[in-house]
Ligand binder design. Structure first.
Ligand code: DAK
Length: 258
């Protein structure tokens, strides 16, 4: 893989986007590379958490404007399936995905981060959905996910004005979970990943699934779904390990992912 690196540290997979020449602009070939890295993470049952980051001054500076420019409606419909599909794939991954946002996350780049479960920002990030300044709108879920994360009014302001905001503003509206100094970004991401990774992995996947269900259900349906998922965990060895460890007053337990 030329522009996307995949590595594993403990139970954490790390995908690094490294196409500095155009600030990781998302084109068809690059999206394919990201999908290939996601295949590797997904095929490894020992990976409990995934971190996505970029190198240099950008997480992702958006979809590749040069690649989009000449397309007509039919061609862009076909192309759009790539970006939209990638973000749906990330959102629906069984394991939690952490976006460690290191610089520009604009347009399609922010849309990708919105599909991740946890967003960490370095102090120098610049975030926005500037598509309306290019005469278009987001095409990979931005209009759907941003309002769910920051509320409709703030999403409308960001999308209608095409404003690019800094880390502090992003934290204030709940767009990112926390801000860390640039040099500490990856340590902070791994700390969160490790904190997640030491909990029951089947429980974490169940929690992600139950939380996702809250987006499409009434509170009654959601609570019913939660009980279903909760009860299934009592068929796992990890439930006995976790609760048994508490009862035996053990400090740390090691889950077995089964
Ligand atoms: N596309 C293509 N090339 C890009 C790019 C992009 N989004 N962003 C940067 N580059 C390239 C620049 O053209 C430049 O290339 P060279 O001139 O060196 O060949 C190189 O990266 C370095 O960029 P700059 O020289 O501009 O670097 P600066 O530090 O001066 O500025 C910047 C950094 C991030 C402020 C600036 O590059 C910039 O404004 N970039 C564009 C940001 C933007 O407008 N992003 C939104 C793009 S629209 C869809 C899915 C998604 C989308 C649409 C449809 N479907 C699924 C349907 C999303 C749309 C978008 O993302």
């Amino acid at each position: 893989m030329e522009n996307v690196r995949y590595e594993k540290r403990g139970h954490t997979g790390l995908i690094t986007l490294d196409k500095a020449a155009d600030l990781n602009a998302l084109n068809a070939a690059f999206i394919q590379e990201i999908n290939n890295a996601l295949d590797q993470a997904e095929q490894d049952e020992d990976v409990y958490v995934l971190i996505l980051t970029g190198t240099g001054k950008a997480f992702i500076a958006g979809a590749d404007i040069a690649e989009m420019y000449e397309k007509d409606r039919a061609a862009i419909m076909e192309w759009s399936a790539l970006g939209s599909g990638l973000n749906l794939r990330l959102e629906n991954m069984k394991i939690p995905v952490i976006a460690a946002i290191n610089g520009y996350a604009l347009g399609g780049g922010l849309e990708l981060a919105l599909a991740c479960d946890i967003r960490l920002a370095s102090q120098s990030v610049k975030l926005g959905l500037p598509e309306t300044s290019l005469g278009v709108i987001c095409g990979a879920g931005g209009t759907q996910r941003l309002p769910r994360i920051v509320g409709e009014g703030m999403a409308k302001e960001l999308i209608f004005t095409a404003d690019v905001i800094d880390a502090r503003q992003a934290l204030n509206i709940g767009l990112v979970n926390r801000i860390v100094p640039a040099e500490d970004l990856m340590d902070a991401a791994f700390q969160i990943a490790d904190a997640i990774g030491k909990n029951g992995p089947i429980a974490i996947r169940a929690a992600k699934k139950a939380i996702a269900f809250s987006n499409v259900s009434s509170i009654e349906e959601g609570c019913h779904f939660e009980r279903e998922v909760f009860s299934r965990l009592f068929e796992t060895e990890d439930q006995k390990i976790g609760m048994g460890g508490f009862l035996r007053k053990e400090k740390n337990v090691t889950f077995k992912n089964r």
